[in-house]
Design a protein around this ligand. Structure first.
Ligand SMILES: N[C@@H](CCC(=O)N[C@@H](CS)C(=O)NCC(=O)O)C(=O)O
Length: 292
């Protein structure tokens, strides 16, 4: 009986120790009054500013979700456009707080100063070529020149595919996205390589005639595009992870902007915890219980 009581006391202590202390990033972000988000140089659908400068896209929404979790306001974000090569150093040096920029989760990146959070998009790398070339698959690309952006996994994929299939591809490397795409469309390279959905976006929004281009997979391997944070602040990692989970869970529970007030009256314990009607969850992250 005595041991049982000790067990209960220990359990109670564990449960009450769930109020986390805010980490340094959360403190800094609160003091600044906004999140600084590493954005793309413009890929419609993932992240791009409209003609009024307002940013939208899947990656952009990740940062807006974190801003809502902290400030209750999706506009409390500053977007910093970064090239493929600039993006990881910008996170490591503290120039940005979060990097959701069509960023593939790789072991080397993970081991070298950044932490990946939760995948938001699964993707394979693709090639885009002019339809007039008649090329429809990798095996037909022998000797092709390929426009590729430095600082991206696609540089590795070009070499892997070339080696594996003995294609003798010629990478033509650029350090920013506009130059890479422009070079392809002006005929500087036979192919453009990047994430297939980004290729679809580029074809739809930046080509004279989307029907003039075809896209096919460069590899059969799927990558996980995953927002990342710096090493060394677990509280911030948790906040970004649970902000993304909140987006996913809201869909799972059928909670929308339109019905959220009604859902707050739900008698489902999970929904009640999710919406902060039962205390504890937000506080455990150093946030308001209604963060979601
Ligand atoms: N997912 C790959 C490639 C991502 C990437 O950087 N793609 C280039 C070429 S499309 C890019 O700059 N994309 C986004 C942009 O700047 O708009 C990676 O993590 O390295």
């Amino acid at each position: 009986m005595k041991n049982w009581n000790i067990g209960i006391a220990a359990l109670a202590a564990t449960l009450s120790a769930t109020t986390a202390h805010a980490g340094p990033t959360l403190d800094k972000v609160k003091e600044r009054g906004r999140i600084v988000c590493g954005a793309s140089q413009g890929t419609v659908g993932f992240g791009s500013p409209d003609d009024k400068g307002y940013w939208t896209g899947l990656d952009v929404e990740t940062c807006r979700a974190v801003a809502v979790a902290i400030f209750g306001d999706k506009e409390k974000v500053e977007f910093v456009p970064l090239s493929g090569q600039q993006r990881i150093p910008a996170l490591q040096t503290g120039e940005i707080d979060i990097l959701p920029r069509t960023l593939t989760w790789t072991l080397q990146r993970d081991a070298n100063g950044i932490n990946f959070t939760t995948p938001t998009y699964y993707e394979f790398t693709g090639f885009m070529v002019a339809k007039s070339s008649g090329v429809t698959k990798v095996e037909e690309m022998t000797g092709a020149s390929v426009c590729v952006q430095t600082g991206s996994t696609t540089e590795v994929v070009v070499n892997d595919v070339s080696t594996k299939q003995n294609l003798k591809l010629n990478p033509v490397v650029f350090d920013n996205v506009a130059a890479t795409r422009q070079a392809f469309f002006s005929g500087r390279c036979d192919a453009l390589i990047t994430d297939a959905a980004a290729l679809a976006s580029v074809r739809a929004t930046q080509s004279d005639n989307p029907d003039d281009y075809v896209i096919f997979p460069a590899t059969k391997y799927m990558d996980a595009l995953t927002p990342a944070v710096r090493h060394g602040d677990d509280n911030w990692l948790d906040i970004v992870n649970w902000s993304i989970q909140a987006l996913l869970n809201a869909e799972l529970y059928g909670i929308t902007q339109a019905n959220v007030d009604e859902m707050m009256g739900s008698d489902d314990p999970r929904v009640k915890r999710f919406l902060g009607m039962e205390p504890g969850n937000g506080k455990a992250l150093g946030l308001d219980d209604k963060f979601a």
